[in-house]
Design a binder for this molecule. Structure first.
Ligand code: NAD
Length: 268
């Protein structure tokens, strides 16, 4: 699985509910070393430090750097100071919920859309640019997406940016094959995290999953299934996979409509 003793950068730790934290712990359990990035000191104090679900020993054991991915100088400084890497995970997204999400798709808040695009999509390209030179033996980049085959209510511009992120992944896979660096995306079903709680009426998307996913989807427990798939894509077991979107969503994205009663698991 994960290359034992090698170092993986996991970007996007906010609190213990973050998908980034589940990914980091999975990599460590499989023998890898993990360095996280946190957006800034203020968010660290407000979210990570204040959460009671992590012990002081766990917090003290975290290796982390600060990096705001909308700032090129911070990305450059981050990678210049890192040891050789075997993989990088982009678990970062942002959209102003008042202007880029909600009941009305149309908006004049073009600066907000540009900011969301830069953080949620373009930053993956900038990170690849500076990460690949830190991967002398090749490696893997993995980002996180959400079903772009269908249009969901309220998700609006983040859906557009996730589709761009998936197209960017294919472009990066083509560009970095010559560096022996693979680039893939995991498309996760809805999971309970702080970012998800900012999506207006996020529970509605959760209900869609309950009605359509052939496998029963658990928005808390299945974070681990997402983390393990990311670890697989980082590992040499996925050495000939690049440029792909791998759904970890219980199968919901393939469905042509909700499950009928006879299709539902007996305990649903
Ligand atoms: N939670 C879900 O249902 C779900 C489903 C599919 C995909 N995803 C994706 O998973 C990824 C991680 O999100 P999460 O759900 O764990 O939420 P989260 O809130 O724990 O993580 C989002 C992270 O993005 C970071 N971020 C935002 N702006 C940034 C900036 N300018 N610079 C650096 N970091 C910045 C935040 O600080 C935070 O750490 C995101 O790409 C998200 O779209 C989430």
């Amino acid at each position: 699985m994960i290359e034992v003793g090698k170092t993986y950068l996991v970007m996007g730790l906010l609190d213990p509910d973050s998908i980034a934290y589940a990914i980091g712990r999975t990599i460590q359990r499989l023998g890898g070393k993990v360095i996280y990035t946190i957006q800034n000191e203020v968010l660290k104090r407000r979210f990570l430090d204040s959460r009671k679900t992590m012990t002081d020993a766990e917090k003290a054991g975290l290796d982390y750097r600060f990096c705001d991915v909308s700032k090129t100088d911070e990305i450059q400084a981050l990678f210049a100071a890192l040891p050789p890497l075997a993989g990088v995970v982009h678990s970062v997204a942002f959209a102003n919920p008042k202007t880029c999400m909600g009941q009305e798709f149309h908006t004049d808040a073009f600066e907000d859309i540009q900011k969301s695009y830069r953080i949620s999509c373009l930053s993956f390209a900038e990170i690849a640019k500076y990460a690949v030179p830190r991967m002398p033996d090749g490696g893997a980049l993995v980002a996180l997406s959400f079903d772009t085959q269908h249009v969901y209510p309220l998700y609006n511009w983040m859906g557009v940016h996730k589709a761009a992120l998936e197209a960017l992944t294919r472009a990066l896979a083509r560009r970095h094959g010559r560096d022996l660096v693979r680039v893939n995306v995991v498309s996760a079903g809805p999971l309970v995290t702080t970012a998800a709680s900012k999506i207006p009426d996020f529970e509605h998307i959760g209900k869609i999953w309950m009605q359509t996913s052939p496998l029963p989807w658990d928005p808390v427990k299945d974070k681990q299934a997402v983390a393990e798939t990311v670890a697989f894509l980082l590992s040499p077991m996925a050495r000939m996979i690049t440029g792909h979107v791998l759904p970890v969503d219980g199968g919901a994205a393939i469905m042509g409509g909700p499950l009928m009663d006879f299709e539902k698991p007996a305990n649903a």
